[in-house]
Design a protein around this ligand. Structure first.
Ligand SMILES: Cc1cc2nc3c(=O)[nH]c(=O)nc-3n(C[C@H](O)[C@H](O)[C@H](O)COP(=O)(O)O)c2cc1C
Length: 203
């Protein structure tokens, strides 16, 4: 049985492009894997708390206080969801050239020393087993080519974060020029849906 973890992080509710495309990816993957289970986590509508001075030790050191223990337990849950998944679908809109703070907070809980990555003399090592990751990147502008390419702090950042914990089998699906009017938006959605269909199909 295939386990799918679907993460959303848009704050735009029903207007969200990435949420629509995450649903499309889940549908396509469920069609190809009929017995798949799907776990949804919505970091946009139900954000997880940011790390603060009072709880950071729960994730990055030894949990001592009640707040630390709450953070550690949440980190355990999020990492267990990630470990259990065979395929991860991440809705990652571009907000201010990078990712939404809700998604960043999720990474803050999931990148955990000694659990999902380790350091040695050879450098950092990701500790998660490899799995397929499909990242849906919705963007108001155009960053995959052209003059704004240099301002894409979203895709290289996500590639680094995922690779850091051992997830290197990553497909990025772009829905670009969402802010360029209805025709451009429709074209972006059609192109992204085709890319999702290709990446959902067995190799
Ligand atoms: C807070 C915020 C910041 C944004 N910053 C950017 C940006 O830096 N570059 C860009 O091309 N589009 C930007 N946009 C537009 C979004 O990338 C675009 O609306 C995209 O569809 C968002 O994905 P979503 O609909 O799933 O939330 C921003 C939108 C919001 C709400």
């Amino acid at each position: 049985m295939t386990a799918i973890l679907a993460l959303n992080s848009s704050v735009l509710g029903d207007q969200s492009v990435s949420r629509l495309l995450v649903d499309e990816a889940v549908q396509q993957l469920s069609r190809v894997n009929p017995n798949a289970t799907v776990t949804f986590r919505d970091l946009g509508t139900t954000p997880i708390p940011h790390l603060t001075t009072s709880n950071v030790a729960g994730v990055r050191a030894v949990a001592a206080t009640e707040h630390d223990l709450i953070a550690r337990d949440l980190s355990d849950v999020l990492i267990a969801e990630l470990r259990a998944a065979d395929i991860v679908v991440i809705g990652a809109p571009m907000y201010n050239f990078s990712i939404p703070t809700g998604l960043k907070a999720w990474f803050d809980y999931v990148l955990r020393p000694g659990v999902t990555f380790s350091y040695s003399e050879a450098g950092p090592k990701g500790l998660l087993d490899s799995k397929r990751v499909i990242v849906i990147e919705s963007r108001g502008g155009m960053y995959s080519e052209g003059p704004a390419q240099a301002f894409d702090f979203q895709e290289p950042y996500l590639r680094t974060l995922l690779g850091f914990i051992g997830l290197t089998d990553v497909t990025f699906v772009h829905a670009e020029k969402i802010g360029f009017g209805p025709d451009a938006r429709e074209a972006a959605l059609a192109s992204a849906k085709s890319a999702i269909a290709r990446s959902a199909s067995p190799a």
